[in-house]
Design a protein around this ligand. Sequence first.
Ligand SMILES: Nc1ncnc2c1ncn2[C@@H]1O[C@H](COP(=O)(O)OP(=O)(O)OP(=O)(O)O)[C@@H](O)[C@H]1O
Ligand SMILES: [Mg+2]
Length: 598
Amino acid sequence: MALGRRSGNDIATPPVRRHILARLAGLIAFVVVAFVMTVWIIERRTRDDEFSAAVRSVETLLAQKIDTATGLMRATVAALGTSDEIAHAFQMRDRDRLRSSVGPLFDTLRRDHRITHLYFTGLDRVNVLRMHEPETHGDLIDRFTTRTAAETGAPSAGIELGPFGTLTLRSVTPWKHDGATIGLIELGEEIGPLLADTGLSLGVHLYALIRRDTTDPTIWRQGRRMSGQPARHLEFGDHILVSQSSPETLPAERALFPELLYDGSIRTVQTSGGPLSVATAPLRDASGRAVGVLAIFADRSRAQATFTYWMILATLASLAAGAAVFFSFNRALAGVEAAYRRQHELEHRLLTISDEHQRIVRLEKLSAMGTMVGEIAHQLNNPLVGVVNMAQLAERSVDKPDRVREMLGEIRKAGQNCSAFVKRMLDFTKVSCFDSRPTDLRAIADEALALFNQSIGRRVSIERVMPDAPAVAVVDPNLLGHAIFNLLTNAAQATGEGGRVRISLAQAAHADGRPGWRFTVEDDGPGISDDAMRRLFTPFFTTRKEGTGLGLAVVQHIVLLHEGEVGAANRQEGGASLALWLPEAVSVAPRAPDESAA
Ligand SMILES: Nc1ncnc2c1ncn2[C@@H]1O[C@H](COP(=O)(O)OP(=O)(O)OP(=O)(O)O)[C@@H](O)[C@H]1O
Ligand SMILES: [Mg+2]
């Protein structure tokens, strides 16, 4: 694996949380906006529908009120008609008597029943008496209702437009007395109160506007002046306001008169006082002629304020709910993200550690190899330098045979040293040839002791402690003998002249329960320093001038091949103690003889 492939700071968390939250916020915003829009549209529709219904009801309700008023007028006329005195006074055209006879009744009608006009007219339509205006008489009345009643002999009623621009509900009834029709009685009522009743019932304001071309403006203005109310009736373009349901003209409504659409359409206008719904309905007189319009206004400001209040509350509540959902999602996602990040970091750290470990192992291998090559070179170079020097000296001393022989002896010794070193190296590599079989460990110890006694050039006292019964284990006798020989040699080298070495073998189970044997080699030398203890089994570690440092490395290798263990310790009473533990049987299958021979 290439070093530095991964940089330390490339732990990037994918922006999952941001993506999810962005989508969630979008969704919440969409739901809230859709909710507000829907409610707003529904409110608009409801408002317009309500007003349309009110507009339709205005005409119906006004017609009903007109019917009721007309009925009352006819009942009054019927009562009047029965009076012989009144009939007689009329027939005699005795206007004073007629006036005094009808006076009290007219006063009552005017006061209690909103009747403003009472006419007594001949069948020739020439007026006999106007109770409301006694000075004017003798004129021909040419109104539709009067004409119809005179021509047909049947009652006629309806709204009539007067010369002064007044709209009056008139009811003309043929006057029957003693089986004969003697004249016409006409009662009239201003339409203002009828508009007021209708407006109040439907919660709307009503204004009656007549077309300017239906009346003479000069006469109209004169009439207003005469009635003392010039200011209340106003002109708006080609229309004149003649009556209304409320006592005052509301400024916001009045401001709209010039722009009123006279096509009957409905619309809602924003005014300074709030939204105002407005519509018009045609205003027809008794003959069915359209004389103007009925403007209908509905003030929506209170309904609008209530709606706005609840709408704001509902929107805030929706936003609060949305925010709660958003933040709980945020928190949950933060938890998921943190867990993800932790795991990611852990994986990253493991990978880094593994990389680092491999790097160190490689460096150690390189360094061990370098050390080994250096040591080998050193070990071979020393005797070779000696050989070269001796050879040069020998060349110069050819005339001194004794000196040459001496030097050749030195050269041979140096060659033998090199050869011994090379042999140890070969031994070191040979330990991988492993040929194990059940063997009595006591015999191996004895062979190693015999070899040791031959090779050691001085007196060392050896103590041998072996079990009486055969101590059998599956081992490679040659390798194990070599290992024990090395331990004995080291122990002897550590002790001085007359030193003591003890070799013992005892049965010992491993901590993991495997049965086995333990060889212990102890001496009474100086013991092992802390530094040497750490590097004891490292190849080429040595403190001896003539040592190679391979002895214990070989021992460790042999023990590991046997699935055993090797350890070193300093004895309390002084000296070192090296112990080999070997299992009774190894798990590796023994090699076939021909294989091992190869
Ligand atoms: N019984 C012991 N007491 C004190 N030190 C020891 C003992 N055995 C080994 N050592 C130390 O461990 C070192 C390494 O031992 P090892 O057998 O590997 O190499 P060596 O004996 O120095 O050389 P070689 O075995 O090649 O002749 C020794 O140089 C010595 O310092
Ligand atoms: Mg040694």
